[in-house]
Design a protein around this ligand. Sequence first.
Ligand SMILES: *Cc1c(COP(=O)(O)O)cnc(C)c1O
Length: 404
Amino acid sequence: MFDIDSIRTEFPILKRTINGKPLVYFDNAATSQTPQVVIDAIVDYYSNYNANIHRGVHTLSQEATDKYEQARIKIQKHFNAKKPYEVILTAGTTHSINIVATGFSSLLKKGDEVIVSALEHHSNIVPWQMLCERTGAILKVIPMNEEGELQMDVYDELLTAKTKVVFVNHVSNALGTINPIKEIIDKAHKFGAAVLIDGAQACPHIKPNVQELDVDFYVASAHKIYGPTGVGILYGKEEWLNKLPPYQGGGEMIKEVTFEKTTYADLPHKFEAGTPNICGGIAFGVALDYANNIGFDVIAKRENELLVYATKKLLEIEGLRIYGTSEEKTAVISFNIDGIHPYDIGVIIDKLGIAVRTGHHCAQPIMNFYKIPGTVRASFSFYNTFEEIDVFITAVKRAKMMLS
Ligand SMILES: *Cc1c(COP(=O)(O)O)cnc(C)c1O
């Protein structure tokens, strides 16, 4: 059923060598690799129907518009949004969060409260801090525990009638923890607060159902779901998207412009000023088709097997500590070895062809919690193999020997 050899041939980059060694790509949490069907869709767009959308009566423009709008419907179905216009195509997760956080400026007043979690990526912290500076709203933080899980009893205490928005990631990019988002959403709704879920790290592994979750906003980036960079999704419930003011002004987002007054276009165009990443949107749809053809249950099962195997092997190395030990986690392993800087391990194993990430992973509050400067992070995708993990383990042992 799951034919790893045939899957790997679909990703041309996996044939590469680095420093004379076969590439072992374990930096999937930063960006995933791209299958040939997605690359073909990009080439096809620029080779055959590159044109600006929504404006032209000519054939190419209509072909491009049709494909782009078909992609929006694919994305709508994937996330199970009620309406296609609840899917705003953006430049990615960061852009999507900024649209919402900036929009809330007009809805919040001094003394209102917003809640974030201790496990967030800087993308889901900084735009909200900027919102608080503009409005005088107060930022509260759901703390984490040693395992890298949110302290849900403290969340209960933080929620009050003053809470207006809660923003939490679905999966932590630094630790892999899968957060209890359904519970977070339901509890916030009891207080009338809106919830934004940052799904950037969840969507490569989990197919979210936004209606079942009853989430108000859900955001993700195509480049972590086997698609291209520079495109992503902002899902918002229709009533919320209507409440928020537009983020950018420009072409495409208007109904009528005069120097006295401009009226804004309907959804989704109100939030899609300017020429979008047309090719990227189309390729995003193809990437979702690709992943759905494999099946998100198959992907999750495979990745969990890789996670269990690698965790066991890594823990056999003396002095190695894994950060983020929740029962509920995706295939991300953040670790350090006693007395060795994570960066040094990254440099040595790169010489052996292995790509991992080192540093704070855009989540400095998590590093501060553990009182460490950073970690080595290995993150697996379904196209990785047990043999690659063996190569990686040998490399880490070698780095440890050289550095201690
Ligand atoms: C990658 C990531 C982001 C940022 O995504 P961009 O594509 O860089 O905008 C935000 N949050 C999480 C959890 C991520 O993993």
